[in-house]
Design a protein around this ligand. Sequence first.
Ligand SMILES: [Zn+2]
Length: 305
Amino acid sequence: MNKIKNIFKKMIKNKKLFVLSLISLILAVGVCSAFVLFHFVPEASYRVKTFVSGILNCTVRLDKIQADKYDTKTIVVEEFINDPKVTFDQSMMLINAEHPLADDFEAKTGEYRDSGVYMNCCLFDAYASLSLDISERFDTKLYIKSAYRTYEQQLEEIESSSDLAAPIGSSEHQAGLALDVYVPYHAGYAFVQSKAGQYTASDGWKHGFIIRYQYYNVEQTKIAYEPWHIRYVGFPHAEIITKKQLSLEKYIDSLEVGSFYTFGDYIITRQAPLEGTLLLPVDYIGAVISPDNCGNYIVTLKIQT
Ligand SMILES: [Zn+2]
């Protein structure tokens, strides 16, 4: 005991040694705490990475442009249907308690690869590429727990898990645009504790998906964190939403009606159809038109750069 007291006395006398010992002690405690945190709380590493990527991606932004920067013309939406370069889908619909689906809404769904799973047709290729990516990277299979739900199925979901299921009409599952996914041993909340779950959250945008109800957007979505609920929004929206850590609510709200934006090879415009017409640039190599469920269309044009 006296020996330890003597060591402390010597250390206090020798200020330099004391400061060095204190720094070493703080570092050792820090390293041990980080090890314990990352080892026993796998999600912690995901949250740290998300925090860092939020800082690294702070320069990602949509550039608002003047419509006259491009040759534009007024296009009748109905006539667009015959243009082979144009895809009409429902990918950019905002569905929540404030913007429920209309009573006469019809989801454009189909069966995914004879699996018995029904989802919105615009997810077919995106889900196929995401699940292939996951299986190649992590040697595991991505499974779907819940995809498209009919009115009756959503009602059943509410009755069986009233805390989590959205009210009738305000669930993205009723449009077939969301999937509840999992990998073996990591279902539900545990999905984010798996490497596949963390990759889906950080890189799912490469396949057009976002984690719709993120832990950092609960105030905007009014829905608790659901790491398993992936939502298809397509390109380049998924990339912008993920990198800028936005909710779909905030992102769609940031697109002013009537304005044009650029992001990489894309032009994005949100427009209220004027007598069934939209004002669009004429030079594009592909276009996706989706209603936003707020009375407007969101048009995403791929351009040659
Ligand atoms: Zn879900």
